[in-house]
Design a protein around this ligand. Sequence first.
Ligand code: SR1
Ligand code: MG
Length: 417
Amino acid sequence: MIDFKSGYFTMKEEDAILYAETMLNFFDAGAELSCKEIGDGNLNYVFRVVDNNTGKSIIIKQAGPVARISDEFKLSTDRNRIEYEILKLQNDLAPGLVPKVYKYDPIMSCCVMEDLSDHVIMRKALMAYNQFPRFAEDITTFMVNTLLLTSDVVMGHKEKKELVKSFINPELCEITEDLVYTEPFIDHPRNDVFPPTKAFAETALWSDKNLLLETAKLKFEFMQNAQSLLHGDLHTGSIFIREDATKVIDPEFAFYGPAGYDVGNVIANLIFAYMHADATISEAGKKEEYKAWLTATIVEIIDLFKRKFLEAWQEKATEAVSRYTGFDSFYLEGIIRDTSAVTGLELCRRVLGIAHVKDITAIPDENKRARAEKICLAAGKRFILERADIQAGADFVRVLQEVEAMLWPSVFDHFNN
Ligand code: SR1
Ligand code: MG
């Protein structure tokens, strides 16, 4: 008989059923349980356990000892504790915007949480050209509440330092330091470059010493600036969405870092959706309408984030010097500068590095995929280099559209498609 108390092992679907039956007080005695492993991320196993009679369901998420994407990444299963604790904290800070968590099991390194199967993963929904009118409102509330309220501006400094300690996350931070800030900007053996994009990466990125220098500065900003308790991986695959609801999931990369890291990830991943729509919608009117919704959403997110951030600062700041004239705007400018830089880093790393996004890899036409990738790289480079001048929502869209206009499909591509 399997015992979940004597030591860790990686569960299979049948183990997750037994776990639900023997370790949780969730299903009725006569429940007829079935289970499917539904994880599609790079790291963990996600079991959905359902009572076939009532439809009642739950998620058991287990951290494995190595990443699913590659067993090169050996990772502490403590990330599951981080995920559980931060989801509880985020639910206090931004109620209703994360799933409810019910239990953390330090032996099995699993946590048990609300099943959100009535939502869809946002990346998939965007790739099917769906629009979400509430998203900008919800994600800016989530980001302002989780980022500002965990910073020294609002939180007592001793309490904040306790959180810095308990969310030290060295292995997952190392993944980001390597995969986001280092490898994509050199011809690194772990990169996975689409062959038609390689020459462009060599000329536009890898041979640019100034760009390398800026990425070095940004990497040290990421490692040294314990500004806010970040989600740490806030891409559209970490968001469950419905027309009337937004739920942020998967905060296992959480740690104290620069607030712009989260905001930049959101913006870059909307740009991936934009490039996917551009390459795959054939009807011109529909394409322009969908791209216009995405650019309006990018503008709204940046501008609303700034507005809500300053309002929350007025209402909630406790730090003695925080009300000196101009300090709030100075502080926010730094976050938006970092947002621009991280938008650029994320755009480059998802194209060149080991961890891709489906928005780009699922573009079936090779010429169109290569064009989308080059736009991401060229725009990414500008978001990094020009970060000091990118402050309004409209600036983000301007850079994207200027690059898009420069890399207009050639006459040759038109004849080929
Ligand atoms: C080895 S993990 C690769 C990527 O997947 C996660 O979602 C993070 O984005 C990480 O960089
Ligand atoms: Mg994830």
